[in-house]
Design a protein around this ligand. Structure first.
Ligand SMILES: Nc1ncnc2c1ncn2[C@@H]1O[C@H](COP(=O)(O)OP(=O)(O)OP(=O)(O)O)[C@@H](O)[C@H]1O
Ligand code: NI
Length: 316
């Protein structure tokens, strides 16, 4: 795989200001997304996955303080005006929302919603937009496409609506497609479908995909690399093939052991509250490899193609 970066996040920090308190949502995030890869962002609920995605799209609430760099097309998205950003968002960086019923317009034909997405960003004729829409419907097996293009959301099944969202996201042929929990609440058959169609869209559009999930099994099947989040930090980045065989960070190890197939060993202790994070490593109170060193910030260590933020691997 070519390792050209299409997006680089450097020292990203996000805080929410609430009642004069600062809640740290993300700190010192460093992450690159390679061309044509599927990068999984994995972590428990509240670890900051969605906030990371929303930072890239700059769709955070107004009480947010954001620092650092998100480099895309040689621009720092954080400093970009709303006007310039609107040329990127939805066009070069697109988003597949989670819930079809909140995201599709019930009063507009699906075909219109897809072709509007195309026309919004590309100066093409009605006919060209319609042909691209038909091709996308075919690709996502929303068939017969010529009939489905004129139908309304209520005439689609749940699975078709989900795929229609994928089509809207892919309609602009973005360089980066962000999918937030695309398998949430789906049964095994629908999960398998989502896997298949995401892969199909990736090869048809050449997009990179940032996939947010806490479904480890799904991530294993689809991701090239994974980044593991804990309390608003990335604690490990690894090629998926390595991660699922030999996770490095003690939290990653515990996370994989908590899978049903591994006997469901729960991770002891609670997730720290964002307002009272522990000293040093955020995972230290729950870690079975704890030593006194862990009371100071762990270094980020590179091991082959992986990065891990843990004292365990610091062998001077
Ligand atoms: N608008 C906000 N104001 C204050 N805190 C917020 C706001 N939005 C999110 N947070 C906090 O930021 C942290 C990260 O939230 P985020 O939604 O990114 O988690 P997540 O990993 O996506 O979780 P899930 O898997 O449940 O979707 C959480 O502690 C959350 O409570
Ligand atoms: Ni989320």
């Amino acid at each position: 795989m070519s390792q050209k970066n299409i997006l680089s996040i450097k020292n990203l920090a996000v805080q929410f200001l609430l009642d004069k308190k600062r809640i740290r949502a993300l700190s010192s995030i460093n992450l690159s997304i390679y061309k044509r890869e599927i990068l999984g962002i994995i972590g428990e609920s509240g670890s900051g996955k969605s906030i990371l995605a929303l930072s890239i799209l700059k769709l955070l609430p107004s009480n947010t303080e954001i620092k650092g760099e998100i480099l895309f097309d040689q621009k720092n998205l954080i400093n970009l005006s709303e006007k310039k950003l609107s040329k990127i968002r939805g066009k070069k960086i697109a988003w597949i929302p989670q819930n079809p019923d909140n995201s599709l317009n019930p009063l507009l034909q699906i075909g219109k919603q897809i072709s509007e997405s195309i026309k919004l960003h590309h100066k093409i004729s009605y006919k060209q937009a319609r042909n691209t829409t038909l091709a996308l419907l075919e690709l996502l097996q929303i068939t017969p496409a010529r009939q489905r293009i004129n139908q309304y959301p209520f005439q689609y099944s749940g699975g078709m609506k989900q795929r229609a969202l994928v089509a809207i996201g892919a309609a602009t042929f973005p360089q980066l497609l962000i999918a937030d929990e695309p398998t949430k609440g789906l049964d095994i058959v629908r999960k398998r479908e989502t896997l298949y169609f995401l892969k199909k869209i990736k090869s048809a559009t050449n997009a990179s995909i940032l996939l947010i999930t806490h479904d480890l099994k799904f991530a294993e099947k689809i991701c090239n690399r994974v980044a593991i989040m804990y309390c608003g930090e990335i604690i490990e980045i690894s090629p998926a093939s390595l991660f699922f065989n030999k996770p490095l960070h003690p939290y990653s190890i515990a996370l994989l052991q908590a899978l049903p197939a591994q006997g469901l060993q729960n991770i002891p202790g609670p997730l720290p509250h964002p307002l009272s994070l522990p000293k040093g490593c955020n995972f230290s109170p729950r870690c079975k490899f704890f030593t006194d060193k862990c009371l100071t910030q762990p270094p980020i260590i590179k091991i082959k193609n992986s990065y891990v933020k843990c004292w365990l691997y610091d062998n001077p």
